[in-house]
Design a protein around this ligand. Structure first.
Ligand code: IVH
Length: 682
């Protein structure tokens, strides 16, 4: 490339990368896969390094000199005590080895001690603990200053308010990644789609979107998690290496990376990376690579190592710290394959949502043959302009269903036409509807045969009452022969109904009847989950089962009782309330009862506080009074309004008044929220 060609390309790439930064960091709605983004950014960085004059002349600020910016409206801004940098990444083994060669040269040593950690694909956050207590949580922002997301971070269940044990400096910034498990991602996305909103492409984007919700009650209803690995500011030195730091984080009771390796030499690093690539498939968080760090903090601080910096124009200079040279991210290339779209079909969900699916020429990808990939919704098809006959790239990230990430437009066959989304339900021909501002088209017909089939399938599935042998095919067959029409019909099946369905199917039929029979007393949460109440996934179903203990009690639940459940927002409470007030749903519950379904209430596990009386006073840092009450009651305790000698605990927050005084004068044990959580955790 000549300098004359470089200049416009640099300018173009800067605009393009900056646009993708905005989509990724601020809106959590990226339009391209990380791999493609990394390629664009790497091309830009290469050109800037090769043509520094053209880069300077191209004028505008360059995204290679920034760490991205996630700051959003509505949050207070907080300066990091120590800047939050990022990492250079590579997909190339040779570059990884060059990273080591540079360090070895600078330090004059051949065999260096490294740590190898998974690179978690979440949202970076910096926590400040002062005298062992969590005082602040801040996003990376522009690296210097981020958004104060303390209230939202406090809703994370596995994150302690107080560090256990000793050894932490007075003030410490502990850094890590916030993520969502895949099952939680699926649950929320389903809710999102049912509500007609655009689903998120992956758990990281959904975690980012969640962390930036302004109402922390909504955040609490989504189960964010966190893992910690990094050190920011420290008021005094307290440890000598990443390995030691990792052990301390664990000892303080913080959630840490499990697959953490300390190794010597670059070959051992490479072996550990290979091992991670296998292990990561079993991790609860998405992992997009490995982070290799020089283990010794002293070596990290060595003057010859330092940071990569850039001026705003993309000139290499140590003006601003961007990424430390003591660490390197090796990214795993995504599992991708090229194939062709044979057809686009429409799937009708149990709520009537019409989801377009690409029917693909089968292609082998990440260990399985992929024949179908989701196209999400009409808007997504239009945005990518996916057409029948197109050559496409499909990607499979973790266990997430394969998705079409790009159309290879150069290979588009002549005469193809943009896809026209159907205007009616493919199953029952009812005109599809789309609510104001929604992205999802729906079949509004309550008796739509596809919706009925999906509901029965869901009820019988692994996450529902889990009826062995009642899978998609059998459900379809039973419906087709008009042997069943609804969920309760399943429990009325007799041997005679099944025998004609299969040649020499006696054993099959007897087994299925036995399996159905056995599930009449399925766990209550399974039945609740199987009902497909909007907003309710397995975790919420378990909460409902624990609190109400029967379908009858659930049917009578008031919205106030529902909101009190820890982790239930108003939206979930309203959805449950609305479901149980619909006559057809009450009829369904009654029909289940009549068909002999008697779900089993959960064993009373909450006995930590049985016989104990609590009094609440003041404002708790994270829990509402209702949530604290629900937690105490769930553990067998009782909450009372006034303090007496019979009170076991006074749970006190800020601005506690006379009740606290009385407790002290009576010698009643006073605890705070952190203490309560510790007691609950046993
Ligand atoms: S260490 C100086 N370790 O990936 C930055 N980062 O692409 C030190 N990340 O900014 C970061 N897992 O947000 C480190 N085990 C890990 C990580 C990790 C994920 C994130 C982090 C970082 C980004 C770089």
């Amino acid at each position: 490339m000549s300098p004359d060609q470089a200049r416009p390309r640099i300018a173009e790439l800067r605009v393009e990368v900056a646009r993708h930064d905005e989509l990724y960091y601020r809106r959590a709605r990226p339009e391209i896969a990380d791999f493609d983004y990394d390629r664009l950014k790497a091309e830009l960085a290469t050109l800037e390094a090769r043509f520094p004059e053209e880069a300077a002349a191209a004028g505008a600020e360059t995204p290679t000199a920034r760490v991205g910016d996630d700051r959003a409206e509505g949050f207070a801004r907080v300066k990091h005590r120590l800047a939050m940098t990022t990492l250079d990444n590579t997909y190339d083994e040779a570059e990884m080895r060059e990273f080591h060669a540079r360090l070895a040269k600078a330090l004059g040593a051949d065999e260096l001690a490294y740590t190898v950690e998974p690179k978690i694909d979440g949202v970076a956050v910096s926590l400040t603990y002062e005298r062992g207590r969590l005082t602040r949580a801040v996003t990376r922002g522009d690296g210097e200053e981020g958004d104060d997301v303390t209230a939202n971070v406090r809703t994370i269940r596995g994150l302690p308010d107080t560090l256990a044990g000793e050894g932490a400096p007075n003030v410490i910034e502990i850094r890590g990644e916030i993520y969502l498990r895949e099952e939680e991602f699926r649950r929320i996305n389903q809710v999102q789609e049912e509500a007609g909103e655009a689903p998120y492409a992956n758990p990281r984007n959904l975690a980012a979107g969640t962390l930036k919700l302004l109402d922390s009650r909504l955040v609490a209803a989504r189960r964010l998690e966190i893992v910690l690995y990094g050190l920011g500011f420290q008021s005094s030195a307290f440890c000598a290496s990443q390995t030691e730091y990792h052990a301390l984080l664990r000892a303080w009771g913080l959630p840490v990376i499990e697959a953490f390796r300390s190794v010597r030499g670059i070959d051992a690093v490479w072996a550990a990376i290979g091992e991670l690539d296998v292990l990561r498939r079993g991790f609860v968080y998405a992992t997009d690579g490995a982070v290799v760090k020089l283990d010794s903090f002293e070596q990290q601080r060595h003057p010859k190592i330092g940071f990569r910096g850039m001026t705003a124009e993309g000139q290499a200079e140590a003006a601003r710290k961007l990424s430390p040279r003591w660490a390197c991210a090796y990214k795993f290339a995504p599992d991708r394959a090229e194939t062709r779209v044979r057809d686009i079909t429409i799937q009708v969900g149990r709520t009537g949502a019409l989801t377009p699916v690409a029917e693909l020429e089968p292609v082998f990808l990440a260990g399985t043959t992929v024949k179908r990939a989701t196209l999400h919704n009409a808007d997504e098809i239009a945005r990518k302009d996916v057409r029948i006959g197109d050559a496409v790239l499909v990607e499979k990230a973790g266990e997430i269903i394969p998705a079409v990430v790009a159309v290879l437009v150069e290979q588009r066959p002549a005469g193809s036409a943009p896809y026209a989304f159907p205007t009616s339900c493919p199953a029952c021909r009812t005109a599809a509807v789309r609510g104001e501002g929604e992205v999802v088209w729906r079949c509004p017909n309550p008796a739509c045969p596809e919706k009925v089939r999906r509901r029965i399938e869901h009820f019988a599935s692994k996450n529902g009452v889990d009826i062995d042998g009642l899978g998609e095919e059998v459900v379809a067959l039973l419906l087709e022969r008009s042997i069943i029409h609804s969920i309760p019909d399943v429990f009325r099946l007799r041997l005679d109904d099944l025998l004609p369905l299969k040649k020499s199917g006696e054993v099959w039929a007897a087994n299925l009847i036995a399996a159905i029979d056995a599930r009449r007393r399925a766990d209550l949460w399974r039945v609740i989950n199987g009902l497909g109440i909007p907003q309710v996934g397995a975790a919420a179903a378990k909460d409902l089962a624990r609190v109400f203990r029967s379908l009858e009690a659930l049917a009578a639940a008031s919205e106030a009782e529902l909101v009190r459940i820890d982790g239930f927002g108003e939206k979930t409470a309203a959805a449950v309330r609305s479901w149980v007030s619909a006559p057809e749903n009450l009829a369904l519950l009654e029909a289940l009862r009549a068909a002999g379904v008697e779900p089993a209430a959960p064993a009373v596990s909450g006995t930590v506080f049985s016989g104990k009386t609590f009094v609440l006073t003041g404002t708790l840092p994270t829990l509402s009074r209702e949530a604290a009450t629900a937690m105490i009651e769930a553990a067998g305790g009782k909450v009372s309004g006034s303090v007496s000698r019979k009170t076991h605990y006074v749970l006190a927050g800020d601005d506690a008044g006379s009740k606290l005084e009385k407790a002290k004068s009576l010698g009643v044990l006073v605890i705070d929220e952190a203490e309560l959580k510790r007691l609950l955790a046993g």
